[in-house]
Design a protein around this ligand. Structure first.
Ligand code: GUN
Length: 292
């Protein structure tokens, strides 16, 4: 029988702790932590993510602001907003929601974010410090995955972890975090050009899937008793649902779950922890700024 790594309830618990801590500060007369977001264009998934960020910010007592722009905004205009937020002493952290529209160089934009406010942990300084094990903002989704493994006391030391997907946002940083001292996994990194992928994924004690393809991982690719972390979230049209869609992960849960010891559901697995990690990073920035 598999057990669920319940991201939803874990997120509620951590948000309650953050809310209590923030209440303590504001009751002392300090301002609330402030998380801002820049949202460009009308991508549905990005809008959902930013709306969830706003809702969660309010739940924990943070100030939240969103700078919305049409897809036609120039890179220069975006850089000006980033400069403004970098200099605003009352903004503790901000994110630029990705992906950005074609024609805007994402790395240029990310490089303009002050590392001290880069609560997504995407700037070269933060990623470099993460690899060195120095103080930094750890990217939200990888941090959330580590939080879930810790919360459920999943043994990681010496375990073989196979990461599927090599994105800058998830695969690359999570592979680094899981192999570092203290977590101590032996990590294999796989991607779209990997040969004999199933042979490798079948060797995983812990399988982290962030490949961005609905139901890509099937039962024959998973070892009996594995821990499976599904980072994917895809809206699939479904006329039988009131919403008109259903959500699928990168893992075919209908056949994989029964092979697992632990598995993250979709939705309600990794997703809620990503937002919580962003709140934790913003609180970390706030405490540094306020000398707490
Ligand atoms: N797009 C998908 N995931 C993320 C994320 O964690 N942060 C930002 N800024 N954009 C994203």
């Amino acid at each position: 029988m598999f057990q669920l790594l319940d991201g939803k309830n874990t997120a509620i618990e951590i948000k309650n702790q953050i809310a209590n801590e923030v209440r303590g500060y504001t009751q002392r007369g300090l301002r609330a932590p402030h998380l801002a977001a820049i949202l460009v264009g009308d991508d549905g998934a990005s809008q959902t993510y930013v709306a969830n960020k706003e809702k969660s910010s309010h739940e924990v007592g943070f100030t939240s602001s969103v700078y919305r722009y049409s897809a036609g905004i120039s890179e220069q205009q975006l850089l000006e907003t980033i400069d403004f937020l970098n200099k605003d002493d009352e903004v503790d952290g901000f994110i630029v929601q990705l992906p950005l529209p074609k024609g805007i160089n994402e790395q240029h934009v990310i490089n303009a974010i002050s590392p001290a406010k880069d609560v997504d942990g995407f700037t070269p300084i933060n990623l470099g410090n993460m690899v060195l094990g120095e103080e930094c903002f750890v990217p939200a989704t990888p941090k959330g995955i580590c939080t879930l493994l810790t919360q459920y006391n999943i043994e990681t030391c010496g375990q073989h972890c196979v990461v599927v997907g090599r994105s800058n946002i998830v695969g690359t940083p999570v592979a680094n975090l899981l192999s570092r001292k203290g977590t101590d996994c032996t990590v294999t990194m796989c991607h779209s050009r990997t040969k004999n992928l199933a042979e490798l994924t079948r060797q995983a004690d812990i399988l982290v899937v962030a490949i961005g393809k609905p139901e890509f991982i099937t039962a024959d690719m998973v070892k009996e008793g594995a821990v499976v972390i599904d980072v994917g979230i895809h809206r699939i049209e479904d006329a039988s649902r009131k919403s008109g869609y259903r959500l699928l992960g990168d893992v075919k849960h209908s056949e994989v779950d029964e092979r697992c010891s632990w598995v993250t559901p979709v939705p309600g697995g990794v997703g809620p922890l990503t937002i919580v990690s962003l709140l934790q990073n913003t609180l970390q920035s706030y405490k540094r700024t306020m000398g707490l």
